[in-house]
Structure formats: structure tokens, C-alpha cells
Design a protein around this ligand. Structure first.
Ligand code: HEC
Ligand code: HEC
Length: 314
């Protein structure tokens, strides 16, 4: 018996030692680096692409990267969970040293698809990535970043360095990984197919499903419809004061948005006004830059997905 305890004790000791060594290693190593991409791409900056890219960025990039003057020199991300440590976004103006002026289009493209930056450092999931978006939409975002728009003109304001917590470092070693690069070019959806168009916008482009499915931990970024509780809501989030906000069930179940008419849906998605007259709470925000056609396409798509019974306590 004592021999048994001795062996168990030694085994536990070894396991503990390995765990401690791994934790120390993770803490020193920080967020891992990967092989940087090597994509040869030149994005032509056309007025159409800049306009499209600006529209996308206004909903998906600018809030996180703008300083108090609206210039994209980076800022402290107050709304992230405090357990992540101090996370600041970066300067993505065209400044060649502090910003992304010296990045190639291929490097930007690779980052936006996979999460791996020019120097190989990995950007955790708190920044959006686009593994499924159409090449043309990503090129539009790049064209916008390269444009003459005031908010991206070279500006050497240094962003404050982040200090991610041990949790972020650990998750970046064991759970969070770069996203795979699609081997084929991804085409734009056929906008004549309303449901396919809506699906593209809701999943691949604007990532609505991420907040609106059960939990970030079980969402499936590469096959959104396989996320647990797809669009059934219940994801626990926080408003700007740190108060809990639970995401809405946006399936067409009675406990979801079954009563919404198409026009009411446009009102809530574009202007934040819910059917019951209340305004949506942060982190849902009005997507006023979307066209009615786009929002109606999402409405048509949501009608086709399985209903989920999940009464959210608001
Ligand atoms: C939720 C906040 C958030 C959103 C939304 C966001 N970013 Fe970021 N971004 C970050 C953070 C934080 C970093 C720095 C991460 C790091 O290096 O640790 C970053 C880094 C970057 C970098 C790398 C800069 C460098 O010097 O390493 C680029 C380029 C970038 N973002 C572009 C974009 C674009 C384009 C969009 C919209 C499509 C976007 N970001 C949306 C938070 C965000
Ligand atoms: C950052 C997370 C987040 C994103 C991204 C997001 N939502 Fe929401 N959404 C929420 C939350 C949280 C609520 C609930 C707000 C409340 O209760 O006041 C909500 C509410 C809604 C509602 C109202 C439902 C009701 O019961 O009245 C609709 C419709 C909706 N979102 C659709 C969308 C669409 C479409 C998109 C993408 C264009 C989207 N959401 C993106 C978090 C998000």
C-alpha cells in the first residue's frame, strides 16, 4: 500500500512540476508567433472599393481603433473582460513606422483572414477575422486602409503597449489558434439569391451569429451553422458599465423574433429600435450603414434556419 502511495505521490509530483514549468514557459513566451504569410497581392484602390471598405470598417474596425479625434491610431479597449489584462488596439494609419504604411497588401490580407500579423505575431480572437468573407470584400477593406480618408492618413501617434494577462497567454497556447487560409478565392454571394446573400452577411461578413449563438466558447467560426445554439441567443455579455446583457434569440421561434415584421427588423438592426419600443443595449449597436436590401436579406435567411426555444430574460 505504501508503495502505491509513493508511486502515486511521485507521479503527481511530476505532473505538477510539468504543469508549473508549462505555466512559467507560457508566461515568459507570451502570445505565440507563427510563420508570417507570403501572399503576393496588389489591391487596386478604386473609389468603389474605398466606399465599400469604409462602410465595412465603420461597423467592424473603426470603433476599436479610433482615438478621441476619430483617427485610427489605436486605443485602450475598455469593453473587453478585465480578465484579459490591459489590451490596446494599434495604430493602423498609413504611418510607415508606427502604423501599417509599410505592410504589403498581402500581409494585410493574411492578417484579416488568419490573425497572423506581418511579423508573425498572433492576434487573439478579440479582434475580428474573416476566414469566410469574399476576397472582394477583404480587398475593399484594404483599399480603404490605403485610401486618403482622413482617419487612415499617416499619423505617428504611438499606441500604448498592451499587457495581456496570463489567461490570454495560456488560451493563445492551448485554445485559440490562427484561422486557416482558404485555398480557393472566395466569391461574392449571388445577391439575386436573397437567402444566400443574407446568410453571407449574417455569418461570413458581419459575424452577427457570434454574439447571437449560445456561447463564444462553442461557436464554430469556420462552419457558423454548427455553432451550439445557432442564433438562439443566450450569450452572456456586458454593457459599458459592466452590467450583464444577454444576447437576443434571433430565430423565428415564439421566444425569438417570430413577431417581427420585415420593417420592424430593419428598424432594430439599422436604428436599434426594438419591436417593443425599447432601444437595444450595448454591445448591440445600430448598423445604420447597411442597406435595407441587406437587412431584409438577413431577415429572409433567419426565416430559413431552425427555430430554437430559448426565452431570454432581458
Ligand atoms: C474588438 C476590437 C477590434 C476590432 C473590431 C478590430 N481590431 Fe484590429 N486590432 C485590435 C487589437 C487589440 C489589436 C492589437 C492586437 C495585438 O497585437 O495584440 C489590433 C491589431 C490590428 C492590426 C495589426 C497592427 C499591428 O501593427 O500589428 C491591424 C492591421 C488591424 N488591427 C486592422 C483591423 C481592421 C482592418 C479591422 C476591421 C476589419 C479591425 N482591425 C478590427 C482590436 C480590434
Ligand atoms: C457584439 C455582439 C452583437 C453583435 C455583433 C450583434 N448583436 Fe444583435 N444583439 C446583441 C445583444 C446583446 C442584443 C440584446 C440587446 C438588448 O437586449 O437590449 C441584440 C439584439 C438584437 C436584435 C433584437 C431582438 C429582439 O428580441 O428584439 C436583433 C434583431 C439583432 N440583435 C440582430 C443582429 C444582427 C442582424 C446583427 C449583425 C448585423 C447583430 N445583431 C449583431 C448583440 C450583438
Amino acid at each position: 500500500m505504501s508503495k502505491f502511495f509513493k508511486i502515486t505521490g511521485i507521479t503527481l509530483g511530476v505532473v505538477l512540476l510539468v504543469a508549473i514549468c508549462f505555466a512559467l514557459y507560457v508566461n515568459i513566451d507570451g502570445i505565440p508567433n507563427y510563420k508570417p504569410g507570403n501572399i503576393n497581392m496588389k489591391v487596386e484602390v478604386t473609389p468603389e472599393r474605398v466606399a465599400k471598405g469604409q462602410k465595412i470598417a465603420s461597423m467592424l474596425c473603426i470603433e476599436c481603433h479610433k482615438n478621441s479625434d476619430g483617427v485610427l491610431t489605436g486605443k485602450y479597449l475598455d469593453e473587453l473582460p478585465k480578465e484579459f489584462g490591459v489590451i490596446n488596439s494599434k495604430n493602423i494609419t498609413n504611418d510607415p513606422e508606427i502604423g501599417i504604411g509599410s505592410w504589403t497588401d498581402g500581409e494585410l490580407y493574411y492578417l484579416l483572414r488568419t490573425g497572423i500579423a506581418k511579423d508573425g505575431h498572433y492576434i487573439p480572437p478579440y479582434m475580428v477575422k474573416f476566414p469566410l468573407a469574399a476576397d472582394e470584400d477583404i480587398k475593399s477593406v484594404i483599399a480603404f486602409l490605403r485610401s486618403n480618408e482622413k482617419c487612415v492618413q499617416a499619423n505617428g501617434e504611438e499606441p500604448i503597449a498592451s499587457s495581456p494577462s496570463f489567461l490570454v497567454k495560456m488560451l493563445s497556447h492551448i485554445a485559440w489558434k490562427p484561422l486557416p487560409l482558404s485555398e480557393k478565392e472566395i466569391p461574392m454571394p449571388d445577391t439575386n439569391n436573397v437567402v444566400a446573400h443574407g446568410k453571407y452577411l449574417f455569418t461570413a461578413m458581419y459575424g452577427c451569429f457570434m454574439c447571437h449563438s449560445k456561447d463564444f466558447k462553442t461557436m464554430n467560426v469556420l462552419e457558423p451553422e454548427k455553432s451550439e445554439g445557432f442564433c438562439g441567443g443566450g450569450n452572456h455579455m456586458q454593457d459599458k458599465e459592466g452590467k450583464e446583457v444577454i444576447t437576443a434569440n434571433v430565430t423565428f421561434d415564439e421566444t425569438g423574433i417570430a413577431k417581427y415584421t420585415e420593417d420592424e427588423f430593419v428598424q432594430v438592426v439599422k436604428f436599434g429600435k426594438k419591436r417593443n419600443g425599447e432601444m437595444v443595449r450595448y454591445p448591440m449597436f445600430p448598423h445604420s450603414q447597411l442597406t435595407d436590401v441587406e437587412v431584409k436579406a438577413m431577415f429572409a435567411y433567419l426565416k430559413t434556419i431552425p427555430k430554437i426555444k430559448n426565452q431570454i430574460k432581458m
